[in-house]
Design a protein around this ligand. Structure first.
Ligand code: ACO
Length: 330
């Protein structure tokens, strides 16, 4: 009997505090007009100082578990995709485990930047269809406000905080994850100024000199990242479609990584997906990194844009470089 991995419940959680483009005008030399035109972002959510990634992730996970109508003790594994873990170790997944009372699960983090959630789904899919696991919780959660340089207008206008979660469970019905593809190219890791945080790891511990140079905060070459995203996401999306032998015309909803409206629109155009089939919420939340696609999927389910039986294509890319795509029958 064939086994499939189906998403049986999703949840998302955004902090209440809203930071608008007009708020940012008072912090750095920028304007609402510039940010809207270049990124499509209008506002983003910011977690309070005492809130960490696991706090947002636990809220999202509880909602997903409720939707899935399962007991947390049924969860056998917790995968948390994040580049803003609560601590280097223990893993954020262990904090989430405690927060939701999933005492029987194993728990670990996934570090694949903005592609992290789809890396988690890919792992969950493999572990479920191979018969090793039945129920896995996959979370994407970030508190980016703690790693953003709030004096750098090139980056601070782009990001936001949030979390999303999905309960993935085995089924014999041919639905759920129909195809999944992930990839990476570590050649791009050589130049950390492309996208990354130089200080804070074993290569360059945080010192007062590193802090003075803001090396413990995000560095990014926006123009290069933009070009890579526009090329890599359509390529990744095509791979999942080919694997499933499905035409893009059959896709009901495309959910690309929410980094920049211009990137999202370019990806839709390159794939030949009409604008009304492309999900956008970057205007409300900015780029929440590993959380964007699962927050968007959860919202799309809640607002009826994604219905049972629909074919959903998720695609993302991030630092590393990393990328991934998932074709899903809801
Ligand atoms: N407000 C006003 N002006 C600004 C701002 C700002 N917030 N930020 C940059 N500028 C200026 C620049 O200094 C530059 O000025 P100059 O011409 O005098 O030098 C000018 O605007 C144009 O800068 P560009 O970088 O050419 O602007 P671009 O159109 O490329 O937009 C942006 C910049 C929005 C960053 C875009 O390149 C982008 O979105 N890139 C992708 C970013 C992304 O997706 N990052 C996340 C990856 S996911 C992950 O793994 C975390």
């Amino acid at each position: 009997m064939d086994r499939y991995a189906s998403i049986i419940g999703t949840g998302s959680y955004l902090p209440e505090t809203v930071l608008t483009n007009f708020d940012l005008e008072k912090m750095v030399d920028t304007s609402d007009e510039w940010i809207r035109q270049r990124t499509g972002i209008v506002e983003r959510r910011i977690a309070e100082d005492d809130i960490a990634t696991s706090d947002l992730s636990v809220q999202a996970a509880r909602l997903a578990i409720k939707k899935a109508q399962i007991d947390p003790l049924e969860i056998e594994m917790i995968l948390v995709a994040t580049v803003t873990p609560d601590t280097f170790f223990p893993s954020t997944a262990c904090y989430v485990q405690k927060g939701i009372g999933a005492k029987k699960a194993s728990a670990m983090d996934i570090s694949a930047a903005c592609a992290g959630f789809l890396y988690g789904l890919d792992l969950a899919n493999g572990l479920i269809i191979s018969g090793q696991y039945d129920t896995i919780l996959v979370v994407g959660g970030e508190v980016f406000n703690k790693i953003v340089d709030w004096n750098d207008r090139n980056t601070c206008v782009l990001f936001g905080d949030g979390a999303g979660a999905a309960v993935v469970q085995s089924t014999e019905e041919p639905k759920g994850i129909l195809a999944s593809y992930i990839g990476s190219d570590g050649d791009y890791a050589a130049d950390i100024s492309l996208l990354g945080i130089p200080a804070g790891g074993s290569r360059m511990p945080v010192t007062s000199e590193a802090i003075d140079q803001n090396l413990n905060k995000i560095q990014m070459n926006g123009r290069e990242v933009f070009k890579l995203g526009v090329r890599l996401m359509p390529e990744a999306a095509e791979r999942a479609l080919q694997k499933a032998n499905v035409s893009v015309d059959d896709v009901d909803l495309l959910i690309p990584h929410q980094a920049n409206l211009r990137i999202i629109e370019a990806v839709g155009q390159r794939l030949g997906v009409p604008r009304e089939k492309v999900y956008v919420n970057v205007d409300k939340y900015g780029n929440t990194s590993a959380a964007t696609v699962i927050i968007a999927l959860d919202e799309a389910i809640q607002d009826g844009r994604a219905k049972p039986g629909d074919l959903i294509l998720l695609v993302t890319f991030g630092a590393g470089l990393t990328w991934g795509s998932t074709l899903l029958r809801l």
